[in-house]
Design a protein around this ligand. Structure first.
Ligand SMILES: [Zn+2]
Length: 228
């Protein structure tokens, strides 16, 4: 079975080609299991026909994705998973700013808080968790990181500069820990190769053998992590 990607509004969705001797026409469906697309292709369909069919399907795919994408909700009674740990959200009328209690696994919210106050709480968790991943991966490859910054970029999870400064998105703590580790390993591998060559991916594979799965997870779920 051939696998490729379908790009919809700048987002890559895994697309699986499923040839069929019985099918009479091209059809596309979205798997509810992993939000990938499955294209059923009748015998003797040309690539041109496939391409034009897929182009025609773009608005439909866009609508379907919106339907299956979960929004991360933060409000009284909601549960928010941070770095693999579920935190119960509780509004505390006496608080002025949100705060995280690791002991009771509670995210206390003030009645009226600014987005920046909430992000500051998350950034603190991100600094602690992601820094330890960076140090772990860097020591594994025997490299030194000059500086790590935690930011909120709109479209990237991490970057590595020529000056060996690694920048990471705090939103990685909204992803499973193994996915966050993959991004850290990816950026640390850039300390050795400043490209995405075969050699680069070999280092990533050494640091994080299941990196392909984590890459796919980010492609599928990444946009929803931007929606809080
Ligand atoms: Zn990269």
């Amino acid at each position: 079975m051939r696998c490729t990607v379908f790009t919809c509004n700048g987002r890559d969705i895994p697309l699986e080609y499923k040839p069929s001797l019985r099918a009479k026409r091209l059809s596309l469906r979205l798997s509810s299991k992993d939000a990938s697309l499955i294209l059923t292709i009748p015998f003797q369909t040309t690539q041109t026909q496939i391409n034009s069919f897929l182009q025609h399907c773009t608005p439909w795919v866009h609508r379907q994705l919106k339907r299956v994408e979960p929004k991360i909700l933060i409000g009284h009674g909601e549960t928010l998973t941070l770095h693999g740990t579920p935190f119960q959200c509780v509004v505390d009328p006496l608080r002025r700013k949100p705060a995280l209690c690791e002991m009771t696994k509670t995210l206390f919210l003030s009645p009226r808080y600014g987005k920046e106050d909430l992000y500051a709480v998350f950034k603190k968790v991100a600094v602690e968790k992601l820094m330890s991943y960076i140090l772990k991966a860097a020591s594994h490859v025997g490299k030194k990181v000059e500086k790590v910054t935690i930011r909120d970029p709109k479209s990237r999870w991490g970057s590595c500069s020529a000056g060996k400064t690694i920048s990471l998105s705090w939103r990685l703590i909204l992803a499973p820990p193994e996915v966050a580790y993959y991004v850290c390993a990816h950026e640390v591998a850039h300390l050795i190769y400043m490209n995405h060559s075969k050699e680069f991916w070999r280092v990533v594979g050494e640091l994080c053998p299941a990196y392909r799965t984590h890459c796919t997870w980010l492609k599928i779920n990444g946009p929803s992590l931007m929606r809080i």
